[in-house]
Write a protein that binds this ligand. Structure first.
Ligand code: NAX
Ligand code: ADP
Ligand code: K
Length: 508
């Protein structure tokens, strides 16, 4: 495991730091080390000599900020301190005394602070334990209203370390320097607008201390480039052949939603899967053939609404010749028998979009409980609510853990920070994405991509949830790359499929 993968609660961070201090590392030394790293980063970002306002809280987050104030002061920045608290922790108080002895202007009153273009938020870190009220809340609102660049130490002050919810009011940071290990709250959707650009400041926490607190297999992990790339079926064996790179069956599309089938097919194509079969209603078969000449397009009998009525394949035996089946994009809700058929098959299965809506109608838990092989569900929040009406999805980590435990499936809940859980409750969070993906069709692309990767993984026995996490990572990295080159308005689902390959060229 690498540092970037771990995700901790405030209690776990407290325990980990407690082990470091118990082993002999003086608190003040760690603070000096951490704040020194932050000061180095800030000197790269903030032009020399500029005015910098330091917001200091009563705890060690404030202590960090005071060390930063001292260092920037010596480096020639115009520093002032706003410190409105009457009682400070001992170490924080010492740093405050010293800053004052250096002649750094310190203000207790909000209306006395001079204007400046850069603010350092050292009010609260992972020790925030209750709602922020009265004059501190007023101060946070005041500084937010400046609309200046704010750099938060560890967390934007006011965010709950574990859930990311705003405790009354919170600093809207331009950048957040998360200390040591990613805090769980920084990976929650509701925190995103307060975090700004987040980066991890590694201060050499021994892995032994992390393992001692989080255990061998941590419950929650951040998907990282390293883990994602490591899971890809690369490099290929020189003696491979098309059947050794998996055979994926997509069951998707309808006369009404032909595009969904094409997008899913293009996502699958980008995965590198060896053999791709796509079952669609007969009437749109020519369309698929023209877009995906390499795929085996299976024209199916269709209902009068233009949905697949049944698969023309001979019963089950044929289905089991596929490594993976991905079913749902553009299917419409008139294809219930197909969804029942694939659920009853013994083939690893991804259900998305309308297949999920049909599953919800059939009864999520009762229908899935018969399945013995791999099932992956990829709902967005709306589909999730239909599938699991009594699971709240405000805490998305808990939501996917509960859904996965109840169904025995791997559950991926799509969104700005996609969360994935396996039935044992191990959760992966995709912590980097782009709102450019929030457009119709981009979920279809993910389904195809994931199906193709799973089909290849079946050959290599790669754990299912690692492959699902890699698909989510690859998909969002393609969105990020496309948005960088075409703006966040320029990433339609078809374009997204074209960027999937570019991502790998960057990372491999
Ligand atoms: N533990 C350590 O020695 C280290 C901690 N670090 C820094 O210290 C921070 C944790 O320090 P602390 O544990 O002191 O906690 P914080 O500095 O996050 O602040 C908690 C303090 O604020 C008070 N407080 C909490 N909620 C409040 C509210 N709503 N209104 C008013 N006061 C409130 C608490 O009573 C406590 O004194 C980390 O986020 C990080 O910035 C790093 O320097 C590494 C070393
Ligand atoms: N605000 C956002 N930021 C980043 N990614 C997002 C955001 N909103 C949605 N997404 C991603 O976009 C895709 C949308 O999928 P979905 O809702 O299934 O679309 P469709 O069903 O139309 O294909 C998912 O991969 C989801 O994670
Ligand atoms: K802070």
């Amino acid at each position: 495991m690498i540092k970037e993968q771990f995700v901790v609660t405030s209690a776990q961070m407290r325990d980990i730091e407690g082990r470091i201090f118990a082993a002999g590392m003086p608190v003040a030394a760690l603070m000096e080390k951490v704040a020194g790293l932050i000061s180095d980063r800030l000197q790269v970002i903030i032009p020399k000599g500029r005015c910098v306002g330091i917001l200091v809280g009563p705890g060690h987050n404030g202590g960090d900020a005071l060390v930063v104030a001292r260092e920037l002061h010596f480096r020639g920045y115009q520093v002032w301190i706003y410190q409105p608290f009457s009682k400070l922790k001992e170490l924080t108080n010492q740093h405050f005394q010293y800053a004052q002895s250096l002649g750094i202007p310190c203000f207790q009153e909000i209306d006395k602070v001079p204007n400046c273009d850069f603010l350092i938020d050292g009010l609260f870190g992972f020790g925030l334990e209750r709602e922020i009220t009265d004059y501190i809340a007023a101060a946070i609102n005041y500084f937010n209203a400046w609309n200046k660049q704010i750099f938060s130490i560890d967390l934007p002050s006011g965010l709950h370390t574990d859930t990311g919810e705003v405790l009354g009011v919170a600093i809207r940071a331009t950048q957040t320097f998360c200390l040591g290990l990613w805090k769980q709250g920084l990976l929650q959707e509701q925190a995103l607008e307060y975090i700004g650009q987040a980066e991890l400041i590694d201060f050499d926490i021994p892995l032994a201390d992390i393992d001692a607190v989080l255990g061998e297999v941590p419950k929650i992990q951040r998907i990282t480039q390293t883990t994602a790339i490591g899971t890809l079926p690369l490099p290929r064996s020189p003696i491979t052949h098309k059947y050794k790179s998996g055979h994926l069956l997509l069951i998707c599309g309808s006369r009404r939603y032909a595009g969904g089938a094409i997008l899913t097919g293009l996502g699958a194509r980008a995965s590198g899967v060896g053999m791709l079969s796509i079952a669609v209603p007969e009437s749109i078969k020519p369309l698929l053939v023209s877009h995906l000449p390499e795929a085996l397009i299976i024209g199916c009998p269709e209902t009068e609404t233009g949905a697949i009525s049944h698969l023309p394949l001979p019963e089950k035996t044929h289905l089991s010749s596929f490594s993976v089946i991905a079913c749902g994009p553009g299917l419409t809700q008139d294809s219930t028998p197909i969804v029942q058929q694939v659920i009853e098959s013994d083939v690893p299965l991804i259900l998305d979009a309308d297949a999920l809506n049909i599953l919800a109608q059939l009864g999520t838990i009762s229908t899935l409980k018969k399945r013995q092989t791999t099932t992956v569900l990829t709902p967005h929040t709306g589909e999730f609510h239909r599938l699991f009406p009594d699971i709240s999805y405000t805490n998305r980590v808990k939501a996917v853990q509960t859904a996965a435990a109840q169904t025995g499936a791997v559950v991926l809940l799509k969104g700005a920070r996609t969360a994935i859980s396996n039935p044992e409750g191990v959760v992966w969070i995709n912590s980097e994405s782009t709102p450019a993906l929030a457009r119709g069709g981009s979920g279809d692309v993910l389904t195809g991509l994931m199906g193709g990767l799973l089909a290849q993984a079946a050959i290599k026995q790669t754990p299912i949830e690692d492959v699902v996490a890699t698909a989510a990572w690859w998909h969002s990295q393609a969105g990020i790359l496309a948005a960088a080159e075409r703006t966040e308005l320029g990433v339609d689902a078809f374009t997204l499929t074209q960027y999937l390959m570019k991502v790998l060229l960057d990372f491999t």
